[in-house]
Design a protein around this ligand. Structure first.
Ligand SMILES: Cc1cc2nc3c(=O)[nH]c(=O)nc-3n(C[C@H](O)[C@H](O)[C@H](O)COP(=O)(O)OP(=O)(O)OC[C@H]3O[C@@H](n4cnc5c(N)ncnc54)[C@H](O)[C@@H]3O)c2cc1C
Ligand SMILES: NC(=O)c1ccc[n+]([C@@H]2O[C@H](COP(=O)([O-])OP(=O)(O)OC[C@H]3O[C@@H](n4cnc5c(N)ncnc54)[C@H](O)[C@@H]3O)[C@@H](O)[C@H]2O)c1
Length: 475
């Protein structure tokens, strides 16, 4: 889709100022903009690619659309009597994915912006000094009150010999490929690596997952990575731990990946899934005395630290805080409200857990890994102090047995034994994602365990594991 530059959507010529300028129209920028409009401010939202950003077109939405059919089929196969012969219909899965990303056309999001009162400007924005932004190095736009940077993140390319000489997949190609590859090598056992390895394996690709650590998902509790690796192996993914690519070179029909002592492998495509970094390389940070390429560190109101005058804010992946869509949107709502309050001369209270502070980033970040089994986790994952106690059990309740034959899962609560409140929770198993919000509420609400005991889980649901965990704690 061709985008014009230096143009506005529907509003005629390019305005030269607004109350607020938001740079980057991903999910986070959209939310910051809409919230500032709601607060009574005029907003220009500058986007140089597709409005909706990574999440809508190359990340959360297409990856979950690729995973969901495989999870549904596996679930059906665990319940005798459900007709589910044969493999996935890959074409139908890809077509449904294409529909979910609106065929990579952002018209719908542009219409949303218009309806929300946000003026969209097409082009690449750069900071050009206090409250000033250029678009495509041309017009200088002025923000009366604030500039909010929501430029997201880009894939990290590791320093591997030959990597730049072969065409590799990043998460963009892995989520948008129009056909199932014959074979796929995946470098990196983080969330992108495990989700995409399983999605493409279940669609028929022969997949190798190369993991540099001793387990996949190293930031999750060990049992989560172990069970996800088991799930991947059950789908035929060859998971190699403690290894990385030493060198990469072109090979007939694809790519050759040298693994040092572990030998080598050939694959049609190599997906590099070794993390992301904030997109600040080409943003004019130097005009403000900040370092290009570094995250934009913020306080809990979203104000960028190290820049005076209370005018530069940031939210989402660009800040290096909790790089997840829901957390970025949460931070964006805070920023939009803070900017509106300051513009109106209203006091901004930034104490933890108040309206103008993104406190959850520090204590209660929920995340779901949408593999089979799923991993759902919030808050702390490991005990950090003597008063922290982990309570851990297999998920084996009537609800789980009824849910799927041979159901296996594991759950862990992390308890502050002094205050008797939850610090975190992790669940691994089929369809545990929807258990997560109950845990998030318990962590954020600091619900005393003795009160949580009275939150009686319905019979027969998987949530009954809450009861078993509390019993195991001693209630
Ligand atoms: C494969 C994959 C799957 C994921 N799945 C999930 C998931 O299931 N759940 C979840 O919560 N998170 C998921 N994430 C993370 C999620 O995608 C990000 O946290 C989220 O997209 C961050 O939103 P953002 O708006 O900060 O950045 P982005 O979505 O990256 O948006 C930034 C926007 O800014 C624009 N931009 C950048 N620089 C400029 C500039 N100078 N001028 C104008 N425009 C600019 C870009 O074009 C882009 O549209 C996933 C990530 C990946 C890679
Ligand atoms: N379901 C979700 O919520 C979801 C899904 C996908 C991505 N995301 C987010 O997107 C971001 C990016 O995900 P990601 O998986 O790319 O990053 P990540 O940081 O989660 O994982 C990267 C992995 O690559 C490994 N690695 C780094 N260099 C390597 C090398 N040279 N060789 C082999 N392995 C190497 C690391 O050990 C790490 O395990 C994350 O912040 C993640 O939270 C979220």
């Amino acid at each position: 889709m061709a985008h014009g530059t230096n143009t506005t959507d529907g509003a005629g010529g390019l305005p030269d100022s607004a109350d607020v300028i938001v740079i980057g129209g991903g999910a986070v920028g959209e939310n910051a903009a809409a919230r500032a409009v709601r607060g009574g401010l005029s907003v220009l939202l500058i986007e140089h690619e597709r409005l909706g950003g990574e999440c809508s077109f190359w990340a959360c939405v297409p990856s979950k659309a690729l995973l969901r059919p495989g999870n549904a089929l596996a679930a059906a196969r665990r319940v005798p009597g459900v007709p589910c012969e044969g493999p996935l219909d890959a074409r139908a899965v890809l077509d449904r994915r294409d529909a979910f990303v609106s065929h990579w056309d952002d018209t719908g999001q542009r219409q949303w912006a218009q309806g929300a009162g946000v003026t969209v400007v097409r082009g690449r924005a750069r900071l050009a000094g206090e409250r000033k932004v250029t678009v495509d190095d041309g017009a200088v736009l002025r923000a009366e009150h604030a500039v909010v940077v929501c430029t997201g993140s880009v894939a990290v390319m590791p320093d591997v010999e030959g990597l730049s000489s072969v065409p590799v997949w990043t998460s963009r190609e892995a989520t948008s490929a129009g056909a199932v590859p014959g074979s796929l090598a995946v470098l990196g056992g983080g969330v992108v690596g495990v989700e995409m390895a399983q999605a493409w394996a279940r669609l028929g690709a022969s997949v190798d997952l190369l993991v540099d650590t001793d387990r996949v998902l190293p930031r999750m509790p060990a049992f989560a990575g172990e069970r996800v690796a088991e799930g991947l192996r059950a789908d035929g993914v060859r998971v190699t731990l403690g290894t990385t690519a030493r060198a990469v070179s072109p090979a007939s029909g694809g790519v050759r990946v040298d693994l040092g002592e572990a030998g080598h492998l050939n694959a049609e495509h190599l997906l590099v899934a070794t993390g992301r970094r904030p997109a600040t390389d080409d943003l004019g940070l130097d005009t403000l005395g900040l370092t290009p390429g570094e995250p934009l560190a913020t306080d809990d109101t979203g104000l960028v630290t190290g820049v005076g005058g209370q005018w530069l804010y940031a939210a989402g992946d660009v800040t290096g805080r909790a790089p997840l869509t829901h957390q970025g949107k949460y931070a964006a709502r805070v920023v939009g409200d803070v900017v509106s309050a300051r513009a109106a001369g209203r006091a901004v209270r930034a104490e933890p857990w108040t309206h103008h502070a993104a406190t959850a980033d520090h204590h209660a970040v929920p995340q779901v890994v949408f593999t089979d089994p799923e991993v759902a986790s919030v808050g702390r994952v490991e005990p950090a102090e003597p008063g922290h106690r982990a309570v851990e059990l297999d998920i084996a309740v009537a609800g789980s047995s009824l849910h799927a034959d041979g159901y296996t899962g594991r759950a862990r609560l992390l308890v502050d034994t002094e205050r008797e409140v939850l610090l975190g929770a992790t669940f691994v198993g089929q369809d545990v994602a929807e258990l997560l919000h109950s845990a998030t509420i318990a962590v954020v609400g600091e619900v005393p365990l003795r009160r949580l005991w009275h939150a009686v889980p319905a019979f027969p649901t998987i949530s009954e594991v809450w009861l078993r965990l509390l019993e195991d704690y001693g209630l």
